[in-house]
Design a protein. Structure first.
Lengths: 232, 248
């Protein structure tokens, strides 16, 4: 169960609608109470924030400005009562893969947007859950940084083999990163279609099958986007 | 360095002007620095007012107690009002209105309630220090980025942990600013209280000196009191700078 799942979300506001697929948001650290249905991970229900099983990365990095990059990465472990030396070791080990080796002692204001987001991802990786929820983690970044971060995330994912639920508006991100894409309707948000993407990484985005998938994905999304635009 | 030089020059000019103007006027009312400095010397060797150490200590003790009470009540009140939105919205404006009332109007009643001894000075220092601390907490709570609270909760933080690890550090700068203002006002409250009516402390000495037209002694006492106030503010500003380094 180590898939990288990307979800193409159509229109931000499906979140406020109702329906079983709200579950996606609900699992998000268990911060939202579902209107109906249940959120289940490995057969056990999620009823609240559950940092032992699910880690979360938000669109805004949400780093604590009074903590260094290292201390931010340690945050989840600190809450779990991991001793200082041990959590420092875990966080320090993560700096390399995060591309932040020189930046552990820097404060968030001294880091670029991409670096901050990597710290936020490091904070999620540090608590070593099987599932990581990423809610448009690269949405606030510029295009170039975003592409590079996608490549970087693939690399991390191949090393850690975690299940990543990745919410995105970007067709490119969905197709380049996912083993499975779930398209959601405009509100109320429901699953509209599911695409399986068995291709190997890194993907040649110009290959015939990806271009075909892209067309299929877009046709699924287009109607929903139009509806979302009408809603707005 | 240059700032220090300019500051020194301004001070020098002021002292010089004071000397020249005071010499030209009634020596009973206006004392030049050349008279104040010897008076200050006599004060410090406990010649003119042998009870200076006890008075200083009494004033200091009143300040410490008043400030400690102001911190406890200010933080308590501030957090209760700040974290309970309903109570805060109901009570906040009342608090702000009370703060706007010149606090001296309360002092007569405080003397009636608490007598002429230390208690009424402590009460007045407390009253003055309490408001800025409470209001700083209220402002600080509003400052906390809700996204950070959300993040902390997603990582499993319970309310008490959110409070200690997110809210307090996030509002630290505002909080420390309020504490600094609170200290300054507590000091003012205690000293003003002593001057308005008391049997001990620096204020009583000051009253005594100017009541007897011992103007040079009076000015010397004021200078000692000033040193006390400045020292407390220097300590507070050091703490504040430390907090500033922490926050964004």
């Amino acid at each position: 169960m180590s898939d990288l799942i990307a979800v193409e979300r159509v229109g931000k506001r499906y979140l406020t609608g109702s329906g079983p697929i709200e579950a996606l948001r609900d699992v998000r650290g268990g911060l939202v109470v579902p209107d109906g249905g249940r959120v289940v991970v490995d057969g056990r229900p999620v009823t609240g924030p559950d940092p032992r099983r699910v880690a979360t990365v938000f669109q805004e990095a949400g780093l604590f400005p009074w903590r260094t990059a290292l201390e931010n990465i340690e945050f989840g472990l600190e809450l779990q009562g991991v001793p200082r030396g041990q959590r420092r070791a875990v966080a320090t080990e993560l700096l390399g893969p995060l591309g932040l080796r020189e930046f552990g002692a820097k404060y968030p204001r001294e880091l670029s947007g991409g670096m901050r987001q990597r710290v936020a991802i490091g904070r999620a990786l540090a608590i070593d859950t099987q599932i990581i929820l990423m809610d448009e983690p690269f949405g606030a970044l510029d295009e170039q940084t975003r592409l590079l971060m996608g490549e970087w995330l693939l690399d991390i994912w191949r090393r850690t083999r975690k299940t990543v639920v990745f919410v995105t508006h970007s067709l490119h991100e969905a197709l380049a990163l996912s083993t499975r894409v779930v398209v959601m309707t405009a509100r109320p948000g429901r699953i509209k279609s599911v695409l399986e993407l068995p291709m190997a990484y890194p993907r040649a985005m110009e290959s015939a099958d990806l271009i075909a998938l892209r067309a299929k994905l877009w046709s699924d999304i287009r109607d929903e986007s139009l509806r979302a635009m009408g809603d707005a | 360095m240059r700032v220090a030089l300019i500051r020194l020059a301004i001070l020098g000019a002021l002292v010089l002007a004071w000397e020249l103007l005071a010499r030209a006027a009634n020596p009973l009312l206006y004392v030049p620095p050349s008279v104040v400095v010897p008076a200050l010397g006599r004060l410090l060797v406990l010649d003119s007012y042998p009870e200076l150490p006890q008075s200083l200590l009494l004033t200091l003790r009143e300040i410490v107690i008043a400030y400690a009470l102001a911190i406890a009540a200010g933080l308590g009140c501030g957090f209760v009002l700040g974290l309970n939105r309903l109570v805060g919205r109901a009570y906040g404006p009342i608090l702000a209105a009370l703060y706007a009332v010149p606090a001296v109007v309360w002092y007569p009643s405080l003397m009636l309630f608490f007598g002429l001894d230390a208690a009424s000075k402590i009460a007045f220092g407390f009253l003055l220090g309490f408001f800025p601390i409470t209001l700083a907490v209220l402002a600080g709570v509003r400052q906390v980025n809700p996204h950070m609270v959300l993040v902390a909760r997603a990582f499993g933080a319970r309310p008490a942990v959110v409070f200690a690890k997110v809210m307090v550090p996030a509002m630290l700068f505002t909080l420390v600013g309020g504490l600094r203002t609170g200290l300054a006002l507590s000091v003012i409250g205690v000293i003003v209280g002593e001057i308005l009516g008391s049997k001990g402390g620096m204020g009583a000495l000051i009253n005594h000196a100017y009541g007897l037209f011992r103007t040079a002694d009076y000015v010397a006492l004021v200078l000692v009191t000033l040193a006390l106030v400045v020292a407390s503010d220097v300590v507070a500003s050091l703490v504040e700078r430390r907090a500033q380094r922490w926050s964004d």
